[in-house]
Design a protein around this ligand. Structure first.
Ligand code: NDP
Length: 444
């Protein structure tokens, strides 16, 4: 049995109850086969694959907190420190009822390769809790965040592990986490990214994942002799990534016609009114259905459905496994030219295969959404220097990083004889750098 198949078979046996993690591991291991085959004996002797698929450590803890009625509640907290071969652990904190060990491990695993692709010195991690901030008062969110950090502080630090935002963790939650860390540790250090501007945050971090996604899409289009100008774009989600993806797409001359949340989706043939969306989502924390109360000619539909809208470009920016095989068929049949992932693993393996076989260009999340973590690493640099760079400076660096990632994944795909296969390009490019460091460090 070949090395990769043996490792995958072992994983399937050991972690049969972790479907998302197995999906991510299969996607990566299958696609790096050409790179592994070239060095199979060396990698096998050093157990490179067995070590890269197993997190360095996984911390799980209890988070007791008290709600506004005075009742005690308990949630589960996680931090998966996956791999620090090329830098301190780095990855977001997800607050969503669906959070479980499988989702934490899939996200931590993906983060290792994504962080490597940025070209910056950051390892991979992920954390979170099954706590749902939706419908909670500010005081309840603060109580939860303080309790979460009262345990997590033991395992993180500016040179150890630097968490950030993700689904359910925005500026408010990062602020509460930071306050509690500072209070317990008594040190003022860049232990979290996505911080507010008044206490060490970076300009352009909020916009970075969405903007970076569009810089990547722009490079992809240009490389294929096309532009974003005049293109119709469908986007899912209405959170941090989706909103700033829509903003940059509009700035680059495209028309964004859909957004969604977990209850339904909106279609506005005139192009989405982003000021209104920001007010609904960032200020009022309300449902996307509010949109049609103002724009009465736009349409709101309950449930899922954005991928049924004919488009040139599709950007899934909500959550994992939100673009299914039947959606991929519909997108291809409707003439979609490119799918670039803003979310982590939003496209199922089957859907990815259908898109690629139908000639739809596909850029996986670990490359396309790397602008967020790359800008987090820029925030870490500013904190170390005790300096703040201008919006333009950060945005320009982000733009440069995304262009480099595109060049890197495209060249790697070409080098391995699969031109245009950005899944293979991203996975191998991310993998090779991490493995190089792991080999240098010896068996550890
Ligand atoms: P937010 O919490 O800001 O927004 C998430 C959006 O997706 C919301 O509109 C939410 O709707 C929707 N959503 C979440 N879960 C589900 C679900 N199970 N079904 C349907 N809709 C859902 O998160 P972000 O925008 O920060 O993150 C979105 C994706 O991008 C995630 O996969 C994240 O891991 C990834 N990502 C984020 C980065 C960042 O910098 N923020 C960096 C790189 C990747 P509702 O409000 O109704 O729940």
């Amino acid at each position: 049995m070949k090395y990769i198949e043996r490792v995958l078979a072992d994983l399937n046996k050991k972690y049969a109850n972790q479907p998302e993690f197995l999906q991510a591991a299969r996607e990566v291991l299958d696609s790096i086969a050409p790179a592994v085959e070239k060095n199979e004996a060396l990698y096998e002797r050093n157990a490179i694959l067995e070590r890269i698929v197993e997190p360095d450590r996984q911390i799980q803890f209890k988070i007791p907190w008290v709600d506004d009625k005075g009742d005690a509640k308990v949630n589960i907290g996680y931090r998966v420190q996956f791999n620090n071969a090329i830098g301190p652990y780095k990855g977001g904190i997800r607050l969503h009822p669906s959070v479980n060990p499988s989702i934490m491990k899939f996200l931590g695993f993906e983060q290792v390769f994504k962080n490597s692709l940025t070209g910056l010195p950051i390892g991979g991690a992920k954390g979170g809790s099954d706590f749902d901030p939706k419908g909670k008062s500010d005081r309840e969110v603060m109580a939860f965040c303080q309790s979460f950090m009262t345990e997590l502080y033991k395992y993180i630090g500016a040179d150890v592990d630097v968490p950030a935002g993700d689904i359910g963790t925005g500026a408010r939650e990062i602020g509460y986490f930071y306050g509690q860390y500072k209070r317990i540790r008594g040190v003022y250090e860049g232990v979290l990214t996505g911080k507010g501007l008044s206490y060490g945050g970076s300009l352009a971090r909020k916009e970075a994942t969405g903007y970076g996604l569009l810089y990547m899409t722009d490079e992809l289009m240009k490389d294929h002799g096309d532009t974003l100008e005049g293109k119709t774009v469908v986007i899912s989600g209405a959170g941090n990534v989706a909103i700033y993806a829509a903003e940059k797409a509009t700035q680059l001359g495209a028309k964004v016609v859909t957004l969604s949340d977990s209850t339904g989706w909106i279609y506005d043939k005139n192009g989405i009114d982003l000021d209104l969306v920001k007010d609904i989502k960032e200020v009022r924390r309300a449902r996307i259905s509010e949109y049609v109360k103002v724009h009465t000619d736009a349409v709101y539909t309950e449930g899922r459905g954005v991928w049924s809208v004919p488009c040139d470009i599709a950007l899934p920016c909500a959550t994992q496994n939100e673009l299914l095989a039947e959606d991929a068929k519909l997108l291809a049949a409707n003439g979609c030219k490119a799918v670039c992932e803003g979310a982590n693993m939003p496209t199922t393996l089957e859907a990815t295969q259908i898109l690629m076989e139908s000639g739809v260009m596909f850029v996986p999340g670990k490359a396309a959404n790397a602008g967020g973590v790359a800008t987090s690493a820029l925030e870490m640099s500013q904190n170390s220097e005790r300096l703040s760079w201008s919006f333009e400076e950060v945005d320009e660096k982000l733009h440069g990083i995304m262009k480099n990632i595109y060049k890197n994944i495209s060249a790697t795909a070409k080098k391995y004889g699969v031109e245009g296969n950005y899944v293979v390009g991203a996975n191998i490019a991310g993998f090779e750098k991490v493995v190089d460091a792991m080999l240098a460090h010896g068996v550890c």
